[in-house]
Design a protein around this ligand. Structure first.
Ligand SMILES: Cc1ncc(COP(=O)(O)O)c(C=O)c1O
Length: 493
């Protein structure tokens, strides 16, 4: 597909609007510092409106989102998000305000934040939240900064190790090391849970804390969770809950009751913000009362005179983002929680688990789960046997699904499962869809036995076939090079 810059034809435009009078352009420009006013017109593609509309439509047709079909991307919770929440978040009273407005002019927005703080604290079993972090990984990083500040305030700067299970999401060790900690990896036991005996050997007076998601990335709820958090606390560490997997326990169990001191949530997974493709996200963190003074700035409080204001926590770990986080994402979450209520939220988790169990059972005759433990919202299969029999890999199988209008599941993760596919159907899929997916898995499996080369060359029906992923990763082209604009091969990579 050509870029809009390659479709450009000098002089062609969509000139439905009259040109601005020169005088008014001059007047507008006079408001800006003159050394910052550009002298030449920007190099923009010159296209008719029809060409432009078709260009973007073509791009849209080539993308795949939850509105297009089944999207079982494990660990990502790609569920359907009610459109009404987008509508509410985009009401002008919310979307037209500016973060630099004085607090007294945005009382409604602050009240919304305050209410969401109360609701998410109740849902997670925490006492306070901060909405500054813009993504799950940034929430992790911020919570780790708080852990660091907490130990420092206790005169325990020597605590420099964060314990992380080997099944953890990759962002956990990355965040810990960005926050200046050493990562200590604990092995999983044969059931896919934290190896309790091993954990005892890893804690010491250097332990700053634990990072853990429960259910873990295999979809398995760790039954020893209270014992795990007890061991860490006894060693003087804090327990941090990676809430990216909160969806299946929503309204049913609370990290705070499992012994966690801090959490982050992925509002863009669990609480109704469409995601994928790097759109605006939100990774608020929550903490127990004894950590409140270390929260990032600014916090919002009710000044008890019916007004809301900002304040800086006494020993704040600092500012980790611009202003107050992605406000409109928080609003969607608030609308979602208020609409579902206590009972509706509890059904989210139950249905997510029911759907995943249904799918897992439906394909277990061909592709059994890697761990036989009961799983919740997601499960992991290994294609090691199929690969040994036919040469068809997890990647080939995943790509084949695209020919059936199904987004590939997460591949080769978690790292402790060979030829892994991690499947998360979410609660918003119907039984008809799940039945169809079960049928497709059987079809591809049979094809892999009968004609493995066909599956290895999949996908066959998409605009591009298997991309050269190494080249795409190593030679990423993020900027249009006008000098080599005739090199279309360069642009299409
Ligand atoms: C278990 C887990 N933790 C953390 C994250 C990081 O969240 P984000 O992608 O918003 O940074 C993810 C994201 O997929 C995740 O699955």
């Amino acid at each position: 597909m050509l870029l809009s810059f390659e479709k450009t034809r000098p002089g062609r435009s969509s000139d439905y609007l009259p040109d601005l009078p020169k005088e008014s352009i001059k007047k507008t420009l006079s408001f800006f510092p003159q050394d910052q006013v550009r002298q030449d017109a920007p190099r923009l593609p010159e296209l008719a409106e029809t060409d432009l509309t078709r260009h973007y439509q073509e791009l849209e047709n080539r993308t795949f989102g939850i509105n297009d079909g089944f999207y079982p991307l494990g660990s990502c919770t790609m569920k359907y998000n009610p459109k009404i929440n987008d509508y509410l978040a985009n009401l002008p009273g919310f979307s037209d305000i500016h973060p630099l407005q004085p607090a007294k002019t945005v009382q409604g927005a602050l009240e919304a934040y305050h209410l969401l703080d109360t609701l998410l604290s109740e849902i997670t079993g925490m006492d306070h939240m901060s909405f500054q972090p813009m993504a799950g990984a940034q929430g992790e990083f911020t919570a780790l900064l708080m852990i660091r500040h907490y130990h420092r305030a206790q005169g325990n700067s020597r605590r420099n190790e964060i314990i992380i299970p080997d099944s953890a999401h990759g962002t956990n060790p990355a965040s810990a090391s960005m926050a200046g900690f050493d990562v200590v990896s604990v092995p999983s036991d044969d059931k896919g849970c934290v190896d309790l005996k091993a954990l005892g050997n890893y804690v010491s007076d250097k332990t700053a804390g634990l990072m853990l998601t429960n259910p873990n990335t295999l979809g398995i709820f760790d039954p020893n969770i209270r014992e795990i958090t007890r061991i860490i606390h006894e060693a003087g560490g804090l327990c941090y809950y990676d809430g990216a997997n909160l969806n299946p326990i929503l309204g049913l169990a609370r990290p705070g009751d499992m012994g966690f001191d801090l959490v982050h949530l992925n509002l863009h997974k669990t609480f109704s913000t469409p995601h994928g493709g790097g759109g605006p996200g939100s990774g608020p963190i929550g903490c127990k009362a004894f950590l409140k003074d270390f929260l990032p700035a600014d916090q919002i409080k009710d000044n008890e005179k019916g007004k809301f204001c900002f304040y800086m926590p006494e020993q704040s770990c600092g500012r980790v983002g611009t202003f107050h986080g992605n406000f409109l994402v928080s609003l969607r979450a608030l609308a979602y929680i208020l609409r579902l209520g206590k009972e509706g939220l509890a059904q989210v988790g139950q249905k997510a688990t029911l759907n995943a169990s249904y799918l897992r059972n439906g394909i277990q005759d061909i592709l059994p789960p890697y761990f036989s433990e009961a799983s919740m919202h997601e499960f992991v299969i290994s294609l090691e046997d199929l690969k040994a029999k036919t040469g068809v890999t997890a990647k080939d199988f995943a790509k084949s699904l695209m020919d059936y209008g199904i987004h590939p599941p997460t591949m080769y993760f978690p790292l402790n499962v060979p030829e892994a596919l991690m499947i998360e159907p979410t609660e918003t899929e119907s039984i008809e869809m799940l039945d169809r997916v079960i049928e497709v898995f059987h079809e591809i499996y049979q094809k892999a036995l009968d004609d493995p080369d066909y599956v290895k060359e999949a996908p066959h029906k998409t605009p591009i076939r298997q991309a050269d992923e190494t080249r795409a990763a190593r030679h990423t082209i993020l900027r249009y090079d006008f000098k080599t604009s005739t090199d279309t091969e360069n642009c299409q990579a």
